[in-house]
Design a protein around this ligand. Structure first.
Ligand code: HEC
Length: 117
């Protein structure tokens, strides 16, 4: 299958948009002044978005630094993420599971993990 027709459509749309006279454009949103010295934040990672969408309905991230937590190492973390997405029937791919495990590890666990593949 080719993406050429789709790309062509996008191109036509772009052309049409640029042909609209300037006055017809909606007023520009005012850009909120950035707080002094604020560092621009990178957009949230896929892992963070997945976790925040599906996982914090019943536990806050406090779950992950409670005493006696289950996760002991990187593979254990991946297994728990796999188990939970399975419980919730989310059908995440291995890549998604690793993304969420990586997010939790970066944010909370800080376990030594195998070098990224
Ligand atoms: C139905 C409620 C519920 C949902 C939804 C849920 N969790 Fe949990 N989670 C728990 C409970 C309760 C525990 C602690 C008891 C246990 O592990 O059985 C837990 C424990 C964990 C742990 C182990 C924490 C530790 O170090 O001891 C991980 C990791 C985890 N969840 C990840 C996830 C992820 C990722 C998702 C989203 C796919 C998710 N959970 C969705 C209820 C939930």
């Amino acid at each position: 299958m080719s993406i050429a027709p789709l790309a062509g459509g996008v191109f036509v749309l772009l052309l049409a948009a640029s042909a609209v006279p300037a006055q017809a454009q909606p007023a520009q949103q005012p850009v909120p002044p950035r707080a002094q010295g604020a560092v621009p934040q990178p957009p949230p990672s896929r892992g963070k978005l997945l976790y925040e969408t599906h996982c914090i309905t019943c536990h806050t991230s406090k779950m992950h630094w409670r005493d006696g937590r289950i996760v002991r190492d990187w593979l254990g973390l991946v297994e728990q993420v796999r188990r939970w997405q399975d419980t919730d029937k989310l059908q995440w791919s291995d890549a998604d599971i690793v993304e969420v495990a990586r997010y939790l590890n970066d944010a909370i666990y800080r376990l030594p993990k195998p070098a990224p593949a």
